[in-house]
Design a protein around this ligand. Structure first.
Ligand code: TYD
Ligand code: MG
Length: 458
């Protein structure tokens, strides 16, 4: 029988294991991510259970008397929204994001809110010294909150602390990549260390009924194990995103065993920490210039919430043989498709023009319903005629040029009305609850109708 090898090479990007080193991971295709790790946890399932050593488990049916998981409010409405109504005791949450995006700030604010509400909140920082965390708390005006703070990276010490005294309601580990278990030989931040630490802490959290929040940095170079390798272990995965050039931050649920995953929470990074934005449309439309050609407002939906954003286009004569097409915040293939549809189905050519498209505020839009607004912005920039200032657009454009029905039309229109818009261009098909709507509706069946409304001047 072959002797089991003690040493495996683990991809630090995707967690795939390989018996020998290679420059490129065969599983995810990343380069230079394989690192030697000598530990059984590195490859789950390799330690086979001995026959006859287990015990018989009682099996149950699906019907039972288990009630809906109880939750506690976080005190931050946006975080409650993303988690599906609050944090479930005994659950494990992972919050990922690039370094410097504001994870520590958000979690310190959360711990303080809960501690002020009489819950026991523990904050373990492995990245910052206690003095740094205290200084930050002071700046955020949270010094008075009875958060219990420790700067620790040893898993054994953290566990011993958690088991001592009254079980905590919330445990924050900032970050999981700094944790270090003595029994594992690999360096902190490697897949085996991160996995082992997460597993141990999650097991403790479940037995003690404490909610555990693990911070994980997302790195681009793949040298440090990303939070991806523990996503399957936790109940909820939240990603904190944002653009360094802008102050807003979006908290997005990508996995949630206790709620929907399409919700977002919007925050603004201000001098006093993260501020919740209850009405994100106001933020994204805030500095809108009046009546300049090439801008159209798109009424989108993020999760269950309508979100109005401005789409900006610039169409300029090009001296290049192959004109430039550049997009920020939208899919560039989608732009190419839209330009082709405009040319073929509506007879408006952008050949000989450079085309730039930008989503205001640094937001990224993935909804196909943005097509109509993008088309309106492009046509407006080409013709030099601004679109009506009080109009919003939404609708998906198909390859035939037809404007397809879009889900959730009513909330989009209601949001626009609330923000003072007076007209909407939207698909002709689709259910609409017209009661209480004062907007003037232009319902389109084909992209041509949009083009006819704003004839391009040559
Ligand atoms: P931080 O929470 O340390 O990020 P992470 O834990 O994700 O690495 O956030 C750091 C950034 O936030 C830093 O660039 C400064 C900024 N910041 C503010 O603008 N205002 C504040 O009140 C705080 C605490 C941080
Ligand atoms: Mg941090």
């Amino acid at each position: 029988m072959a002797k089991p090898s003690r040493s495996t090479y683990v991809c630090q990007n995707c967690g795939a294991t390989s018996p020998r080193w290679a420059g490129k991971c065969v599983s995810c295709g990343e380069w230079n991510t394989l690192i030697e790790e000598t530990d059984a946890i590195a490859a789950p399932g390799t330690g086979l259970a001995r026959k006859g050593s287990g015990r018989v488990i009682a099996l149950e049916g699906l019907k039972g008397k288990t009630r809906e998981a109880p939750r506690f409010s976080t005190g931050l409405a946006e975080l409650d929204r993303v988690t599906g109504g609050g944090i479930v005791p005994g659950s494990a949450l992972l919050i990922g994001g690039e370094p410097g995006i504001g994870k520590s700030t958000l979690l310190l604010q959360l711990a303080a809110e809960l501690a002020r509400a009489g819950k026991r909140a523990l904050y373990f920082s492995g990245e910052e010294a206690a003095a740094q965390v205290r200084l930050r708390a002071e700046r955020l005006g949270l010094s008075d909150a009875p958060v219990e703070l420790a700067c620790e990276t040893s898993l054994a010490n953290i566990l011993a602390t958690l088991e001592d005294g009254k079980p905590a309601d919330l445990v924050v580990i900032d970050s999981v990549q700094t944790l270090w278990a003595e029994t594992i030989e690999s360096a902190p931040g490697t897949v085996s260390q991160v996995r082992a630490a997460a597993q141990t802490l999650i097991r403790h959290a479940k037995s003690a009924g404490s909610a555990i929040l693990l911070v994980g940095h997302v790195t681009k170079d793949g040298q440090i194990a990303g939070p991806k390798v523990i996503e399957h272990m936790v109940d909820t995965v939240l990603y904190f995103e944002g653009d360094r050039g802008h102050t807003y931050r979006i908290l997005r649920a990508v996995k949630n065993r206790f709620g929907a995953t399409d919700e977002i929470g919007v925050f603004e990074m201000a001098s006093g920490g993260l501020r919740e934005i209850a009405n994100p449309s106001e933020l994204f439309l805030g500095d809108r210039e009046s009546s300049s050609p090439g801008a159209a407002v798109f009424a989108g939906i993020e999760g269950t919430r309508p979100l109005l954003v401005e789409i900006q286009a610039l169409v300029a004569p090009s001296g290049l043989g192959t004109p430039r097409r550049a997009v920020v915040g939208w899919d560039s293939n989608r732009l190419s498709m839209l330009l082709a549809v405009l040319e073929t189905r509506a007879g408006i050519s952008f050949a000989g023009h450079d085309v730039y498209l930008n989503i205001a505020g640094g937001l990224k839009i993935a909804e196909p319903a943005a097509d109509l607004a993008a088309a309106a912005a492009l046509l407006s920039s080409l013709s030099g005629v601004a679109v009506p200032r009080h109009r919003i657009y939404f609708g998906e454009v198909s390859l035939s040029g037809a404007v397809n029905a879009t889900p959730l039309m009513t909330p989009r229109l209601k949001e626009a009305q609330k923000l003072g818009f007076r007209e909407a261009m939207c698909p002709a098909r689709g259910e609409l609850e017209a009661r209480g709507l004062k907007l003037k509706l232009h319902r389109l069946t084909h992209l041509r109708e949009l083009a006819d409304e704003a004839p391009p001047c040559d």
